[in-house]
Design a protein around this ligand. Structure first.
Ligand SMILES: NC(=O)c1ccc[n+]([C@@H]2O[C@H](COP(=O)([O-])OP(=O)(O)OC[C@H]3O[C@@H](n4cnc5c(N)ncnc54)[C@H](O)[C@@H]3O)[C@@H](O)[C@H]2O)c1
Length: 247
């Protein structure tokens, strides 16, 4: 970690889903490496309890474009400017075959996991373009590459994030704003509490390394993607999957 000291000096980040799991781990690492962070999360209690020195926190539902627009203005005001956007907010949705999939869970999963990423990028990109610098990291999943059975909404939403980020990265390729997505395999975090143990075991069994990932392993990759050092890779999909997805 010490060799990265100061990597985010002078850099300001907005992190959605920042009160828990991967978002929180990324926030801690950016702070440890000299950056400022603002956390956005639906869970106000978790935001208040988040063990990181954040400049600003916002209780916001990323599925609501109007709330995201307000949060963006207040975070830009609090930070002064924004260099980094990490879109980590997400839910698993129901565990069910397509023919039984609850409609409300389908719509909510797409609204948070896919529309939410669109809302946040749409609101924050203009602020990055003004300064000619930005790093956007959208958290997808191996489910978006391979599909997981009984997780159709989640898999579809994450495939959407991958495609969306490819499009966004190409749009911004000459503007100094870089956008990439990450496709983790299952890592240990509170989101797994939303799943039956049998589903977690299925996903673990698909990982050649034979174990779940650790949140710090994906945070390390995200922080490279969010740094100035990531300069000739955009519209791409990075992998932290213990060998599960090699494409
Ligand atoms: N944990 C895994 O195995 C895994 C694997 C691949 C991808 N991912 C993805 O990584 C990201 C982070 O997941 P995590 O494991 O850290 O989960 P987590 O549950 O620990 O954190 C997700 C955070 O998102 C917040 N959130 C949920 N809905 C929201 C909304 N509508 N608006 C704002 N915030 C909202 C939650 O309150 C929570 O704090 C997610 O996008 C998830 O799909 C996780």
């Amino acid at each position: 970690m010490s060799s990265f000291a100061g990597r985010f000096s002078g850099r300001n980040a907005i992190i959605t889903g920042g009160a828990s799991g991967l978002g929180l781990a990324v926030a801690r690492r950016i702070r440890a490496e000299g950056g400022q962070v603002t956390l956005w999360d639906l869970n106000a209690d978790a935001l208040a309890a988040a063990d990181v020195d954040a400049t600003h926190t916002v209780a916001v539902d990323v599925a609501d474009a109007a709330q995201v627009a307000v949060a963006t203005l207040s975070s830009v005001a609090a930070l002064g400017h924004v260099d980094v956007l990490i879109c980590s907010a997400g839910i698993t949705g129901a565990t069910a075959p397509v023919q039984d999939f609850p409609l409300d869970s389908w719509y909510r999963t797409i609204a948070i996991n896919l529309h939410g990423v669109f809302h946040c990028c749409r609101a924050v990109v203009p602020h990055m373009l003004t300064r000619g610098y930005g790093r956007i990291v959208n958290i997808a999943s191996v489910a978006g590459k391979e599909g997981n059975p009984n997780a159709s909404a989640y898999s579809a939403s994450k495939a959407g994030v991958i495609g969306f980020t490819k499009s966004l990265g190409k749009e911004l390729a000459t503007k100094g704003v870089i956008a990439n997505s990450l496709t983790p395999a299952t890592f240990d975090s509170p989101i797994l509490d939303q799943l039956p143990p049998s589903q977690v075991e299925y996903m673990r069994s698909r990982i050649p390394m034979g174990r779940l990932g650790m949140v710090e392993e994906s945070a390390a990759m995200v922080c490279f993607m969010a740094s100035q050092e990531c300069s000739f890779t955009t519209a791409a999909t990075f992998d932290t999957s213990g060998g599960r997805t090699t494409f």
